[in-house]
Design a protein. Sequence first.
Length: 237
Amino acid sequence: MVIHNLSKHYMVDGESLMVLSDFSLEVEQDAITALVGPSGCGKTTLLRLIGGLESIDSGYIELNDQEKGPMSYLFQEPRLLPWDSVLTNVELVLRESIPTKKERIQRAMEFISLVGLEEYASFKPDQLSGGMRQRVAIARAFAFPAKIMLLDEPFQSLDSLLRWSLVQAFITLWEKNKRTVLYITHDVQEAFLMADRVVKLSHRPMRVLKEYPIMMSRSERSLRDPQFAELFSQFYQ
């Protein structure tokens, strides 16, 4: 995916608020790109423009043939159907791509198992903890047959231990089902441990300040490693 000279403004109290102005970015296919920037700089607006939820003022977004089609979203809130079970919440996104219910259930259970919730497949969302509900949302996002995933701070409201366990669950699924991921986070450490590339963004109107490609495998990344710690520290310089 390549973003070309994207611009977007809103009218607020009769004044024009420019959020994006000639913003450009190349997002590597089948890799995780993390966007880190101050609150209100335009990160969520960018995701909404990519997902077609809002109109673009100028510029365009170019997808290659492998990336075209519906996109998958993962938000801060799980956004599950409260009246349906864990299994049904995941199975329902497969209904257009898999014709038989037996196959859909089998496929849905594969994703549910990968996030460690196979014993809770019959539970309703209100019977689960917040972290478990977000695991269901992760499983559903990967079950949806999309080549691009847009993540809007999906782990932000959770405590650090739970957040990291969910990051690990996400990476486990991504390693088995790689796709293009554009990921918003305020947690710089999370971004460097999770992404293939970290993009540092400016205040509004948003622009790219610097990019940090991370060549180390995720299993080798640690702030105790001098090479990784040096790369991490550069973000604050």
